[in-house]
Design a protein around this ligand. Structure first.
Ligand code: LFR
Length: 481
């Protein structure tokens, strides 16, 4: 049996998923799962890269322990975040997390170098305060010495690939999330980089998914007990997730549902006109140079945050220690509470910036209701119903915008990723959009990561063949409006 391994790391947890192909079906097995908890470092919320690295190694050892050593492996993570590397091959910056407050004011500062309409017309990337372009602008203000000392910028998956193999490779799909890649030439945009005053030397050549990074270093081989080819999948998790969508036809809208809900379609050419800019749709680079034309919707982050608050835990270690609450809420219980308050009518705009990284999500939702003159949720059920229904309303609004921008009528919605397990959200989505929802596979990002490896290994001829195998390999639930 030939195994391939996806290491898929999201904002709250990571997993090692082994995959193989048997009689044309894709089979997945979760080998290892770990938490991703941020740390407070030098005044910022940072990814705990050391902890993540140890977890990556631990999961590789777990493959060896069950005697299922992969022939190839690939890493995908969230996008936009990076580590700057010095000439000696060591990091010269922390891996600051994208919700950290360092980007406050950075958009305005970047705007002085390059007005947003020009940036959008060139890159097609939505305006988000956390884009790498703005994080680098913020870094330049706070730590110019780090940029001066940097010889390379590695996105998070690329940093771990470097630790695994000793090779530094930049990958195209994740690079586009920086807002520094030209949507038409599909390479780093020197004009944008110069206008923002960034050093061109830190951006290496772009490699496409399927490319080989290298084999494990001797040290890694010693630590995990085997050697393996490291490949590039679409290293941006959403790029991987979109590969794994079993759309029934051309008129399907895709949602990758996790910490974020990424709602959109795949196009052959970027759309960078004014209407698209004003609606803040993005054109992220995808597998085979398709463009993911989508909108970021706040997603399960709101539900995850409320649950953490109720349970007295934080997503950043050692921030204000809240006492763990006596009662621990499960997602299923929160969903049931929401269903019990189905007639609660207050709604929030889920894309309001107050929900990006609030001190308390519960307070932020209540505050929004106060400011908009709506009844303020008083119980857990009312709070959850407000968030659930608001997310579904956000989806419906985005589908309408998408239709207007592409001139197409959409007739179904495919939801992949962990969030596709949320039955209530699926029901509300079907009802609010009036479209049938096809939910699954739940392992969207890891599956897409594996599909790029399966294709590279010749298990499938091309993406069409791999996509065609999804329906027979996984259980897809249909939810009618
Ligand atoms: C989803 C995701 C989104 C990106 C956000 C920040 O995990 O990768 O696509 O906009 O995280 O990187």
């Amino acid at each position: 049996m030939k195994y391939h391994l996806a290491i898929d790391i999201g904002a709250s947890s990571g997993r090692h998923i082994l995959g193989h192909v048997e009689k044309g079906c894709m089979m997945l097995e979760e080998i290892y799962r770990f938490d991703n908890i941020q740390v407070r470092k030098n005044g910022h919320d940072c990814w705990n890269t050391e902890q993540l690295w140890q977890s990556i190694l631990e999961g590789l050892r777990a493959c060896k322990a069950v005697n299922k050593v992969p022939e190839t492996m690939g890493i995908d993570t969230w996008a936009v975040d990076f580590v700057l590397m010095g000439a000696d091959g060591r990091p010269v910056s922390d891996a600051v997390a994208y919700r950290d407050k360092r980007t406050k004011g950075a958009m305005e500062q970047a705007e002085r170098g390059l007005p947003f309409p020009e940036l959008y017309a060139r890159t097609g990337i939505q305006k988000q305060v956390f884009n790498t372009a703005y994080q680098l602008t913020a870094l330049q203000r706070e730590h110019p010495e780090q940029l001066a000392a940097a010889s390379r910028l590695l996105m998070i998956p690329e940093y771990f690939n470097y630790l695994l193999t000793g090779n530094m490779l930049n990958e195209y799909t994740n690079a586009t999330s920086t807002a520094l890649v030209n949507a038409y030439t599909r390479s780093w945009d020197d004009t944008v980089i110069a206008a923002l005053g960034l050093p061109r030397r830190i951006f290496g050549p772009l490699n496409l998914p399927g490319a080989r990074v290298g084999r494990f270093t001797g040290e890694v081989q010693g630590a995990v007990g085997f050697d393996c080819d490291v490949l590039l999948p679409a290293t941006h998790d959403t790029g991987s997730a979109f590969l794994a969508v079993p759309a029934r036809d051309e008129n399907a809208v895709y949602i990758s549902s996790g910490t974020w809900s990424l709602l959109g379609v795949e196009n052959e050419a970027p759309i960078t006109g004014e209407a698209s800019m004003l609606a803040n749709f993005t054109n992220e680079g995808g597998y085979r140079y398709r463009y993911r034309y989508l909108k970021n919707i706040m997603g399960l982050w709101m539900i995850q945050s409320i649950r953490r608050e109720l349970n007295g835990v934080s997503y950043v270690e050692d921030s204000k220690k809240t006492a763990a609450a006596q009662r621990q809420w499960s997602y299923a219980e929160l969903e049931a509470e929401a269903r019990g308050c189905a007639d609660f009518t207050s709604r929030v705009d889920v894309n309001d910036s107050s929900f990006l990284a609030p001190e308390s999500m519960t307070d932020a939702v209540k505050q929004f209701c106060v400011q908009t003159g709506q009844s303020v949720p008083q119980t857990v059920g009312e709070l959850m119903q407000c968030v659930y229904a608001s997310l579904a309303a956000g989806y419906a609004g985005a589908v309408r915008e998408l239709s207007a921008l592409t001139g197409k009528v959409y007739t179904s919605i495919n939801i992949v990723g962990g969030g596709s397990k949320d039955g209530y959200l699926n029901e509300l989505t079907a009802r609010t959009t009036g479209l049938p929802v096809f939910a699954g596979p739940t392992e969207g990002t890891a599956l897409g990561n594996l599909m790029a490896q399966f294709i590279a290994a010749g298990e499938f001829d091309d993406l069409e063949a791999a996509r065609a195998a999804i329906r027979q390999s996984f259980d897809i639930k249909e939810v009618t409006p």
